[in-house]
Design a protein around this ligand. Structure first.
Ligand code: ADP
Length: 506
């Protein structure tokens, strides 16, 4: 008898595709990764080769299984987590994409979004989807593809095409047998909630929004719970079929991986960008401070909502200091430089390279370094880059606190963190100081993959309950605030002044 004692997490991110095998204790036993090339066809345009995403995903899944010496029969289920919003349309008969995937960062639909706002549709969109009208989300990308790819509109109306974010695209390919006979066209509620077409209250595709953007509903996948029966992998792929049992967008998966299952629990992921998610329970809190209202997860038909804030540039500022300005050799060098100083002596960096995200949503703002003097140093500039991550997190937390307080007075006293930047101890301490909140770093920082492994495990019985998952979460380090209120006020005040200088809309 062979035990089904592993789950396979497929983590398809913006810059890489990864597969990680987790055991019953939630420990990673094997992993494989491939870097995903970025396609930049012009200013503000970002695409991916959807076929390559599928090939890489398959190769890494096989790679992780090989590394662990484990066959398909040992795997209880697969979980799929993904870069969100990135849009693919493919032919149902051949499985061929009609165009490269349009990546979430792509700004080609900025004018279309502007037109929607001018026509006064932003209120309806906000009401139904919880989102702010922005090219970031999938809906306008779908509209662009139907408008600009020859023959696409007719084929879409005839039901010959399928739309999906990367989760659906991978699911289709994982389940397609020979000639795609059994391919499953589905997504989960978290990914659907980022499309700008999904009514997060009624939990269905919104006919009015489809009509507004001229998107035929036959294009759209079926929406399922995050832990659900998504079908089985085609037999040829791994030697035997494996159940696909879990699905969630990357930030939502990280929220689950951090076991933020109770209202008021909050996680922040610090990678290239930074994404903060606050669990608001069964209540879809309408933000008055320009946060997004989104679906954290849906289990057994019950939806848990979140407020989300995103910062476009976090670790990317370290990449710029390293590759652009060549001030440091490697991102981790920033820690020693920052901790060697008492302060930046008034130097503040606003890394608004691609505009400012939440809560400002100022697409035309551009970055600045202010407070420079003749003796400003490399260390001060690097430290200012790290400090900016913390000030921006404070911007988000203050906005969320105001939103949450209006509803049910959620106490935000601990922040759970993950992502590449959280290895930087100086950064974590400064974050706790500036937020005046305890910052907890978990033992497992692969929280995105872990989160979707948990979902697949919940569905297949490998993990009995969310309570059992929460009990598995372990803290590796805790950073407690250690800064006077005066100093915090002074530093954050300087940040707010610097932001005011770069904003183009107030
Ligand atoms: P992503 O998943 O977005 O590709 P990761 O979570 O792998 O990103 O984090 C990588 C990012 O974190 C990079 O932008 C890198 O510059 C930054 N980073 C990694 N280690 C450190 C460190 N010790 N201090 C500061 N920044 C770091």
């Amino acid at each position: 008898m062979s035990l089904n004692d592993f789950v396979l997490a497929l983590d398809q991110g913006t810059t890489s595709s990864r597969a990680i095998l987790f055991d019953q204790e939630g420990l990673a036993q094997a992993s494989a990764q491939q870097v995903l090339p970025q396609i930049f066809p012009g200013p503000g345009l970002v695409e991916h080769d959807a076929m390559q995403i599928w090939r890489d995903t398959l190769a890494t899944a096989r790679g992780a299984m090989e590394q662990a010496g484990i066959g398909a029969k040992r795997i209880a289920g697969i979980g799929v987590t993904n870069q969100r919003e990135t849009t693919v349309i493919w032919r149902r008969d051949t499985g061929q994409p009609i165009h490269n995937a349009i990546v979430w960062q792509d700004r080609r639909t900025a004018d279309l979004c502007e037109n929607l706002r001018r026509a006064g549709h932003d209120e309806l969109i906000r009401e139904r989807t919880g989102l702010i009208v922005d090219p970031y989300f999938s809906a306008t990308k779908i509209a662009w593809l139907l408008e600009n790819v020859a023959g696409a509109r007719g084929a879409a109306e005839a039901g010959e095409l399928a739309f999906g974010t990367i989760d659906s695209w991978l699911l289709w390919n994982l389940t397609a047998g020979p000639a795609g006979a059994k391919a499953v066209h589905a997504t989960d509620a978290t990914n659907a909630s980022r499309s700008m077409l999904f009514d997060i209250h009624r939990q269905c595709w919104d006919e009015d929004l489809c009509q507004l953007l001229d998107i035929p509903p036959v294009l759209l996948p079926e929406v399922r719970d995050c832990a659900a029966d998504f079908g089985h992998t085609a037999k040829e792929l791994f030697g035997a079929p494996i159940a696909i049992a879990g699905m969630a967008g990357d930030q939502q998966a990280a929220t689950i991986g951090q076991a933020c299952f109770k209202p008021g629990m909050i996680k922040s992921t610090y990678g290239t960008g930074c994404f903060v998610m606050l669990n608001t329970g069964a209540e879809a809190v309408r933000s008055r401070n320009r946060m997004l209202t989104t679906i954290a997860y849906r289990l057994d038909g019950r939806t848990t909502y979140a407020l989300e804030g995103s910062i476009f540039v976090a670790g990317a500022a370290m990449q710029w200091l390293r590759d652009g300005l060549k001030l440091i050799d490697a991102a981790p060098d920033s820690e020693a430089l920052a901790s060697g100083l008492e302060s930046t002596d008034g130097v503040v960096m606003v890394p608004a390279f691609t505009g400012l995200g939440a809560p400002y949503w100022d697409a035309d703002a551009r970055g600045a370094i202010v407070g420079l003097t003749r003796d400003s140093s490399i260390a001060q500039i690097v430290r200012a880059g790290l400090e900016a991550v913390c000030y921006q997190t404070r911007d988000l937390l203050l906005a969320m606190q105001r939103d949450a307080a209006a509803i049910n007075d959620l106490a935000l006293d601990v922040l759970r963190v993950d992502g590449g930047m959280v290895e930087n101890n100086w950064l974590m301490q400064f974050l706790a100081d500036i937020l005046d909140v305890t910052v907890d770093r978990p033992a497992v920082t692969e929280t995105t993959a872990l989160g979707v492994a948990y979902l697949a495990g919940l569905q297949t019985g490998l993990y009995p309950s969310t309570e059992a998952i929460a009990a598995q979460w372990q803290r590796q380090a805790s950073f407690t605030p250690n800064m006077t209120a005066d100093r915090r006020r002074q530093l954050y005040g300087a940040w707010c002044e610097a932001v005011a200088r770069v904003r183009t809309v107030v």
